[in-house]
Write a protein that binds this ligand. Sequence first.
Ligand code: S3P
Length: 437
Amino acid sequence: MKLIVNPSQNLTGRVTLPGDKSISHRALLLGAMADGVTTARNWLNAGVTARMVDCVRALGIAVNIEPTGPGRATLTVHGRGLAGFQPPAEPLFCGGSATTMRFLMGLLATQPFTAVVDGHAGLRRRPMERIAQPLRQMGATIETTDGHAPLTITGARLAGIEYEMPVASAQLQTALLLAALGAEGPVTLRQPGPARDHTLRMLRGMGAELTDAGGVITFNPVGFRLQPLDFTVPGDMSAAAFLLVTALTTPGSTIELAGVNTNFTRTGLLDMLQAMGGAIKLNGAREQAGEPVADLRVQAGPLAGVEVCGEVVVRMIDEFPVFTVAALHAAGQTLVRDAAELRLKESDRIAVVVEEFGKLGAAITAHPDGFAISGPQQLHGGQVRSHRDHRLAMSLAVAGLSATEPVVIDDADELHESFPGFVETLQTLGADIRWQG
Ligand code: S3P
């Protein structure tokens, strides 16, 4: 479906965000591995989590989804412990969701059967050896296709591991912690920088004793069984990101975002936008389900270029497509470095940002590990495409709100993968945006 975005201004209002994608994935899978019924409200009901639901059901676990609004549901998972899974009758299909595939690798490594895991063409190009290799070291048998999906996984009684992670990846960390739940000895992971820590927080909430001292994570799972959870998922900072940049770059706008997860491992974009002079205020800081949460108030205004490198890159790893819009609005030079991982996401996010924003008149210089933008640059209208990347589709829509003519985004329905209420939310704020065909 095409999305038509017309130049807009004075967007105003207060919105609540759908539940965090990372926490929603974890609630489902850890809930399935726990002993008893896990309930998660404001759970993200979107394309990526639907793939995980299908896979968990195919492994014999009862999952109930009770929709409560666009992209939201109450999730109920009837966990039966690690011994409660059954061999799937068919290959487990993860669509475009790397989180689903990588987390399943960790779970399946603990199971006494063989399963095939696959995804669509976009997911088949993403690296899986970084997960497979340490899981093999723990005792699982994993065949990849030249390092990629499809994968064939045969689980085993796993050994503990002491492992130096080559990348600060929360997906790798999580896959190994899930596998640890079936290990017969302690697991120590050395993480080369801060990655999102939702798994550690949730495991603690489920009764686990883990330590995390300066990036050295230790967990002794022997004799431990996960207790089920009952909680409300905080709003997704990675969904809020689109509205933060919308508010800053659409003339005359003031937007309030209620109940957003402000976990330090997720606030890289917020920090960079504030460093650029963005008027963002945090109010009502509180804790929800073991995570920090606050309400954000954002107002349009001038921005200045900034350098983005080092540890902040991982803390905003999903936000670079929309950060591009802020950088195009900013006066002076914006330089992104240390971000080669962007080439391994839903799309090669350095190449597609240069290509698609280029169609709207943007001049962006690609580097092997980032990009440079000299601003401000006024975008014109045009026709662009999503490359089956939900975050690129939404970022192009945000750019369209402050372009001089309409922006038409082909295959924009990909955005339902992570933020099904995106278009309706913008419409409520007063944006001139609509689906066509
Ligand atoms: C995620 C971790 C990140 C992120 C992804 C979700 C998670 O991936 O890009 O959208 O939920 O753990 P990496 O760990 O590969 O950086």
